[in-house]
Design a protein around this ligand. Structure first.
Ligand code: FAD
Length: 385
């Protein structure tokens, strides 16, 4: 059993308090994703605007019970994300902040790029985006068609991206594009949404609606050469490799969203269905046990990521596959406690079930996670798996 240290336990307690503020806002944001603009002063939202920003760029970290938090550790992020997702995963994803782009900039940015990026983040609440997926199939990132053609000392982006979170409200973000064929031909650049040729149109979605996923069009967007991430790194450490490393670091966090949604559904039944038959009590206890087990797997994956363990990618995939499945099972099971009219009579549960579906697709579907896990096992990465 993994136990939390005093520092991580402190952020967990604070996140639990913040999550209580979110419950009453969850359905409002689900109906109207733009409601986020009315809630920028909610405790959790103002915390997320600055997380993660590494200590060297963040003179004003969040201090909880005497501990300083920069949001850079994977374990603290998953513990935090689970608690907030119990309140509302939609709000967690809708908030401004560096999020996925921040992880890439941290891993691949040079000194000047980091100063520029984090400077923009700390100036005012700033949304960011991370544009990898394309309409032809998100799982097959190697088939990417968006191009980045050299023109003088700039790269010119052309192509379309799909399902890009927060793109229509973002100022800056990371775009993946191809300079030439093959896996080493993929590059990641920092782009500004105000650049001519950049457009983002929100897509209608059923789950995690606060995130406002978008279709992005890149029509001759010029990116100066100094915005190409990883210029100072070896070609093998840029582009696709960096995307995979970044996603490995983020995946335990997505697993934690799933866990939080499962817990919210479980807690909903416990509060709203006071009298339970013995068989129902057993079903609920079983669900509670699955939640505990998934949490341990997620924490284990997060610790592996923080330790730079070679098994981290496979463990993170196992955690994500387990947690997104659990979120779907838990929300469906919770609905079953309230009979055939449950989706209409319990809108919060209905929303949780729709959000669980969204988690399945974020950062790769269950099938793709199982493929990652299988590859990791075949390469004997998780030594004791
Ligand atoms: C809420 C949400 C937020 C998102 N945010 C972002 C974002 O900010 N940025 C971004 O770039 N993308 C984002 N995405 C996109 C997400 O990463 C993709 O949806 C995901 O990678 C799957 O891609 P796809 O939808 O194109 O499905 P596809 O890749 O077309 O897959 C369709 C189905 O085929 C299966 N499949 C595909 N290949 C295989 C295979 N080799 N073996 C077995 N089965 C296979 C998949 O499991 C799936 O069931 C987001 C998606 C959602 C739902």
């Amino acid at each position: 059993m993994i136990e939390l240290d005093a520092r991580t336990a402190a952020i967990r307690r604070r996140a639990r308090e913040w999550a209580r503020e979110l419950k009453p806002l969850a359905l409002e944001l689900d109906r109207d994703p733009d409601a986020i603009h009315r809630h920028l002063d909610v405790g959790i939202v103002s915390y997320l605007t600055r997380m993660p920003v590494p200590p060297e760029y963040n003179p004003h970290p969040v201090i909880v019970e005497g501990h300083r938090f920069y949001g850079t550790g994977t374990l603290e992020r998953v513990v935090f994300a689970e608690e907030i997702a119990v309140g509302d995963a939609g709000m967690l994803l809708a908030a401004p902040g560096p999020v996925m782009s921040g992880v890439l900039v941290d891993a691949m940015g040079d000194e000047r790029q980091k100063e520029w990026f984090y400077g923009r983040i700390l100036e005012r609440p700033t949304w960011t985006f991370f544009a990898l997926t394309e309409p032809g199939g998100g799982s097959d990132a190697g088939a990417m068609r968006t191009t980045a053609a050299q023109d003088g000392d700039a790269l010119v982006l052309n192509g379309v991206k799909r399902y890009i979170g927060n793109a229509a409200r973002a100022d800056i973000g990371v775009v993946f594009a191809r300079t030439r064929p093959g896996p080493l031909g993929v590059t990641a650049v920092l782009a500004e949404t105000s650049d001519p040729g950049f457009t983002a149109e929100p897509l209608e979605t059923l789950g995690l609606r606060g995130l406002r996923i978008c279709a992005v069009s890149l029509d001759g967007v010029r990116v100066p050469a100094d915005r190409v991430l990883g210029r100072h790194l070896r070609p093998t450490q840029r582009g696709m490799w960096a995307a995979v490393q970044g996603l490995n670091r983020l995946r335990p966090g997505v697993a934690a969203f799933g866990l939080g949604i499962a817990r919210a559904a479980h807690e909903y039944v416990r509060t709203e269905r006071a009298a339970l038959r013995p068989s129902e009590r057993a079903r609920l206890e079983d669900l509670g046990h699955r939640i505990e087990c998934a949490r341990q797997l997620i924490w284990r994956a997060a610790l592996a990521v923080d330790a730079g363990d070679p098994a981290a990618g496979a463990l993170a995939s196992a955690a994500k596959a387990r947690a997104s499945r659990l979120a779907e099972d838990a929300t469906r099971e919770a609905l079953a406690f309230f009979g055939p009219g449950a989706r209409l009579e319990h809108p919060l549960l209905d929303k949780l079930a729709r959000d669980a579906r969204g988690v399945e697709f974020m950062e790769g579907t269950g099938n793709i996670q199982k493929l990652n896990l299988f590859t990791g096992l075949a390469q004997r990465k998780p030594a004791d798996a």
